[in-house]
Design a protein around this ligand. Structure first.
Ligand SMILES: NC(=O)c1ccc[n+]([C@@H]2O[C@H](COP(=O)([O-])OP(=O)(O)OC[C@H]3O[C@@H](n4cnc5c(N)ncnc54)[C@H](O)[C@@H]3O)[C@@H](O)[C@H]2O)c1
Length: 269
């Protein structure tokens, strides 16, 4: 269902790793809606070849960039402006990785060098990306920047580990930079807080499958799928959401406002 909501818009999409990635669905929907995009991911992600295949399919370019490297980000932004032929209208930050989670370190036994790397990859990269765009003056007026987050930033989900703090930081960067970008040239910055989704990053969290089912039962509408998250991103990149900024927006089938659900307690007939 394409309505050309992003016709003539130029965007950069971070984080499409494979066909399950939320960023892959967002890239597909943006192109369907008429946008021109550049895909990017960490150089290591290019080894798998999936991002190149996606770029071919969507007839766009894919540029490797480690989101923690200012040099890579500067190169990416310069190249994207040249390839797309003008200023950038939207950016998706869809990046998350925890070294302590990957190496199975519990929250009460974290390695701090890894924690710092986790924050750098999962949250500070969002600031670095925005600061690079800001300094280079590449965002169009009324442009839209989005980061993807999770409700563990507000509530405790023990197995989410240090990613909880990463997401709190990410959401805080969205609010603070949203002020600076808004007053500077009316660029909006928001985060979308997505339901558990079966992707590489999601499945790395301990007990993910059981938790996925729990969240699905707790949410009156069920877990929001990645495809619907992509629809929401399209709306947020479009001119239909011009005055929404500095928000953390729940896209979770109602989960965030639930206390208890009979479905979880198995009380339903
Ligand atoms: N899957 C879920 O349950 C869920 C729920 C809420 C929010 N999110 C968030 O959605 C976003 C996308 O994750 P996903 O679930 O699609 O998983 P994914 O594994 O497909 O995407 C994560 C991406 O981060 C990229 N990345 C890691 N290190 C990087 C670096 N240094 N530089 C550039 N890119 C780097 C990976 O290559 C990958 O493409 C993340 O921010 C994640 O925390 C996911």
């Amino acid at each position: 269902m394409a309505n050309q909501l992003l016709k003539g818009k130029r965007g950069i999409i971070f984080g499409a790793l494979d066909d399950k990635s939320i960023a892959t669905k967002v890239a597909e929907r943006c192109v369907e809606e008429g946008a021109s995009i550049v895909l990017t991911n960490a150089p290591v992600a290019f080894r798998f070849g999936e991002i190149q295949k996606l770029a071919e399919r969507l007839d766009c370019q894919a540029i490797p960039a480690d989101a923690t490297s200012l040099e890579d980000l500067e190169n990416l932004i310069d190249q994207s402006v040249e390839i797309l032929g003008g200023k950038i209208d939207f950016v998706l930050h869809s990046i998350g990785m925890s070294l302590n989670v990957r190496k199975k370190r519990d929250y009460t036994n974290l390695k701090y060098e890894w924690m710092q790397k986790t924050f750098d990859i999962s949250a500070i990269s969002f600031h670095k990306l925005m600061q690079t765009c800001f300094k280079k003056e590449v965002m169009s007026e009324w442009g839209s920047i989005l980061g993807l987050t999770y409700i563990a930033a507000q509530r405790t989900f023990p197995d989410y580990n240090e990613m909880a703090e990463s997401k709190s930081l990410l959401e805080s960067f969205a609010r603070s930079f949203g002020y600076h970008f808004g007053t500077h040239n009316k660029v909006r910055v928001n985060t979308i807080s997505q339901s558990p989704t079966k992707t590489t990053a999601g499945s790395g969290v301990k007990g993910f499958d059981v938790f996925f089912d729990y969240a699905d039962k707790m949410s009156p509408l069920g877990n929001a799928p990645a495809e619907s998250c992509a629809d929401y991103c399209v709306f947020m990149f479009s001119d239909l959401s011009k005055f929404i900024t500095m928000q953390n927006l729940y896209h979770d089938g109602g989960f965030s406002n639930m206390g208890m659900s009979p479905a979880v307690l198995d009380l339903e007939e």
